[in-house]
Design a protein around this ligand. Structure first.
Ligand code: ATP
Ligand code: MG
Length: 275
């Protein structure tokens, strides 16, 4: 079964794209087949994987979403690129801005991305969607297409109001469009071990949103080496294999897989007891 995960937070610069790259390549390193989907018109994910001029690509996510909207046919692997560290990429670029506008007047406007992903996901164990920093139509489409959401949060900013709005949006998508959507949890990123901000934020999140909001045990440290990876087009595992950020992303990758296993066991347990 394929698991589709959206990396979402409408706040900019919190580590969504960096996490998409290093979780995706981490999963591939564990033998999983992974498709990364760049659902951000900035094209940062595409750029970070070494395709440095996303706007010059002739086929990108915008192309396939447009074909899906118009009910035009396309090749199953059309436009999918391959990164040498073992992941596939559906690139994104500036053309997504126009698509986002045209979605507004489209039938099934919330589920166009889901239709596209449904048509390619059989080839993959994981599909990771890197969202843009907004709660617009493309992010709603990502939430509608996903089985679960991971929310990266930058450890030195109080996520107060934004988090409430994001959780409300997730709840609304679950009620109206995608009942199976679950929140995997919050990932604290850019954690500076010299300060106690990360602990404060974990405490505040638990206080304000209760135990339902899981905060991942793994925290991603603040690391210049992690910030360098996007220009290099490499993951942290290749750029700085022995560093703390690589260790953290590897641990986070394991944690994400263990959540999947816990959920399958819980469902099995429920099924056994309802017989
Ligand atoms: N652990 C880290 N330590 C230091 N810098 C980091 C770390 N992770 C990411 N960065 C840097 O912080 C910036 C924002 O990260 P990233 O692009 O992953 O965030 P984002 O949430 O995807 O941003 P946007 O909302 O613009 O899409 C980038 O310059 C990135 O290189
Ligand atoms: Mg990004």
């Amino acid at each position: 079964m394929t698991k589709v995960i959206a990396l979402a937070n409408q706040k900019g610069g919190v580590g969504k794209t960096t996490t998409a790259v290093n979780l995706g390549i981490g999963l591939a390193g564990d033998g999983k087949k992974v498709l990364l989907v760049d659902a951000d018109a900035q094209g940062n994910l595409t750029d970070s994987l070494g395709f440095h001029e996303p706007d010059n690509l002739s086929v990108s996510l915008a192309t396939l979403l447009t074909k899906t909207m118009l009910e035009e046919s396309y090749e199953a692997r059309e436009g999918i690129l391959h990164h040498h560290e073992g992941v596939d990429l559906m690139p994104g670029n500036i053309e997504l801005s126009a698509v986002e506008v045209s979605l507004v007047n489209t039938m099934s406007r919330e589920t166009i991305l889901r239709s596209y992903i449904d048509s390619v996901k059989a080839d993959y164990d994981y599909v990771l969607i890197d969202c843009m920093p907004s709660l617009g139509m493309l992010t709603i489409n990502a939430l509608a297409a996903a089985d679960s959401v991971i929310i990266p949060v930058q450890a030195h900013y109080l996520p107060a109001k934004g988090m409430t709005q994001l959780l409300q949006t997730i709840a609304r998508v679950r009620r109206q469009i995608n009942p199976k959507l679950v929140l995997d949890g919050v990932l604290l990123t850019m954690v500076d071990s010299r300060t106690k901000f990360a602990k404060d934020i974990s405490f505040i999140l638990r206080r304000d949103y209760g135990d339902k909001l899981r905060v991942f045990n793994t925290e991603i440290p603040l690391s210049v080496r992690a910030a360098e990876t996007s220009a290099k087009g490499k993951s942290i595992y290749v750029h700085d294999p022995d560093g703390k950020a690589a260790e953290a992303y590897a641990a986070f990758t394991k944690e994400v897989q263990s959540i999947g296993r816990e959920r399958r066991h819980a469902r099995q347990h429920q099924a056994d007891h309802s017989r």
